[in-house]
Ligand binder design. Structure first.
Ligand code: NAD
Ligand SMILES: O=C[C@H](O)CS(=O)(=O)O
Length: 490
């Protein structure tokens, strides 16, 4: 086991303001994907610990929701500052457990912290309204109140930001939270709790139950009538399962699910800009983001030139561990991820695609993979329909705008889409025709705290970040004031 010397390292569950071991003493190993070394042994929370966490969140709710929005905001602002003061330490933990290169890990911490900063302010602008009443002697108004106890389940690919994108609005709204982080990356979540406690988040407001048995923890969270909302980020498959499990207790749902983003390069595009955009949209986090370009559609007139320039740029990407500051492509998260990338490549090649660069595990061995480009990809291949979630860029040729839109929308997903064009008429037509929740236009990096993040179709429900993100943690209550006529007025 490698020595992780971080003051933010915790290896127990965090329940009701206490660091607690699993009742049966069980632990699970967290490994560094860059070398397979065990970096921590974390308490393996299960159903019993989850029930305790729900109870703690329920008990903490009245006092937390009774605080003013400004009081909660001041605590969140302290948490934000602590995250940024500890950016390096948080990034190092994140890179250790997820493999993200240093620069990207530092970026994720700033991105994650921005949601705490943003919702510290948004919480103070939760407004009600008065509504002109159609009947005399009455007045109508609305107020907004916190949903209550929230369950949050998050993925391994952004172990910090996917948590703060939920916990930020939840706490700002006056809710309390039980969080199950991914078992691959619990350390970032537990480190956030260390700083939350230091910022003044009261015991029971934020509870973290790391565990290998996700189904057991999720089962307790979804079946509990105390939990009034589930916020999930992860695969569409699991999202559907949790949606069904939540039906019995009619929970509010926020679902941030799988993607299959098209990245379209038209004949009139700035090709150098499109290449840089494709690098960002495809290879960020080694292709392991939900908004990664999963299919690169290139118009026939620029197909060969774009392929050549993208290949030159991809071959310059440095693959390596986060311990090397120059690394730009880290390891994939596990062997299953490597196997899926290889399967998509093999399937494409067997159906007529050809390899431009990469195509196999990297010479560094283990979970490192060569950034890969395939050309002459078509709709008969798995990679055109399935989310690869790895550093493989399939180039698909199209001939006209109608064809590009048809190909782009030919998926059950609808999270992100990107296209490059300098024709304003085309930009409006294509942006409005694409079936996705978010569209990058001449831009490959679209995620930030102020914009509504989320998808349509089977990519999810609701939006995170932006002025919309806090609404999912609030209930609107309608107040009707009667009997206001003057005496004798009836
Ligand atoms: N839309 C977004 O914002 C977004 C962000 C990141 C990842 N994702 C998607 O997530 C997927 C990759 O992440 P992943 O492999 O961690 O996804 P995943 O669905 O396998 O796991 C996500 C979380 O759900 C938990 N989980 C798994 N089975 C469960 C069950 N039966 N009950 C309760 N919880 C369960 C996991 O432990 C993890 O914490 C990709 O499809 C990616 O597109 C989407
Ligand atoms: O994987 C999906 C995350 O939402 C990534 S990001 O928000 O685009 O950075």
């Amino acid at each position: 086991m490698s020595n992780v010397s971080s003051s933010l390292l915790r290896q127990q569950a965090y329940i009701n303001g206490q660091w607690v071991s699993a009742e049966d003493g069980a632990v699970f190993e967290v490994t560094n994907p860059a070398n397979g070394e065990v970096i921590a042994k974390v308490s393996d929370a299960g159903a019993a610990e989850t029930k305790r966490a729900i109870s703690a969140a329920q008990q903490a709710l009245p006092a937390w929701r009774a605080q003013t929005a400004k009081q909660r905001s001041q605590i969140l602002q302290r948490w934000f500052r602590l995250m940024m003061d500890n950016q390096q330490a948080l990034a190092e933990l994140l890179s250790l457990e997820q493999g993200k290169p240093q620069a990207e890990a530092m970026g994720e911490i700033a991105y994650g912290a921005s949601f705490i900063e943003w919702f510290a302010e948004e919480g103070k602008r939760v407004y009600g309204e008065t509504i002109p009443c159609p009947l005399p002697g009455r007045r109508i108004s609305t107020i907004k109140q916190p949903v209550g106890v929230v369950a949050a389940i998050t993925p391994w690919n952004f172990p910090n930001a996917m948590i703060t994108r939920k916990v930020g609005p939840a706490l700002a709204a006056g809710c309390t939270v039980v969080l199950k982080p991914a078992a691959e990356t619990p350390l970032s979540a537990l480190a956030l709790a260390v700083l939350a406690e230091e910022a003044g988040v009261p015991a029971g407001v934020l509870n973290i139950v790391p565990g290998l048995d996700a189904a057991a923890i999720g089962g307790v969270l979804t079946q509990s009538p105390v939990v009034r909302k589930l916020s999930f980020t992860g695969s569409t498959r699991i999202g559907k399962l949790l949606m069904a499990q939540s039906a019995e207790t009619v929970k509010k749902l926020s679902l941030e699910l799988g993607g299959n983003a098209p990245f379209i390069v038209f004949d009139d595009a700035d090709l150098d800009a499109a290449v840089q955009g494709a690098l960002a949209a495809k290879f960020r986090n080694s292709g392991q983001t939900c908004v990664c370009a999963n299919r690169i559609l290139v118009q026939a007139g620029v197909y060969d030139e774009f392929a050549k320039r993208l290949s030159q740029a991809v071959q310059a990407l440095k693959v390596g561990p986060a311990t090397d500051p120059a690394s730009q492509q880290g390891p994939l998260i596990n062997q299953a991820a490597v196997d899926k990338a290889k399967a998509h490549i093999a399937d494409a090649l067997s159906h007529g695609a050809s390899l431009v660069t990469g195509g196999d595990s990297h010479s560094l061995g283990g979970l490192f993979f060569q950034p890969t480009i395939l050309r002459d990809v078509d709709e008969s291949m798995r990679i055109a329909h399935e989310e690869t979630f790895g550093p493989v860029a399939p180039l698909i040729k199209f001939h006209d705008e109608t064809g590009a839109i048809r190909l782009a929308n030919q998926t059950e997903s609808g999270l992100a889409a990107y296209f490059y064009s300098r024709d304003i008429g085309r930009i409006y037509r294509v942006a409005e025709a694409l079936e996705s929740g978010m569209v990058g236009i001449n831009e490959g990096l679209i995620s930030n705290e102020v914009a509504p993040f989320g998808g349509i179709k089977q990519s999810g429900l609701g939006r995170e970040g932006s002025r919309y993100g806090i609404e999912d943690y609030l209930e609107v209550k309608y107040l009707c004031f009667g009997g206001l006529e003057a005496p004798g007025a009836k």
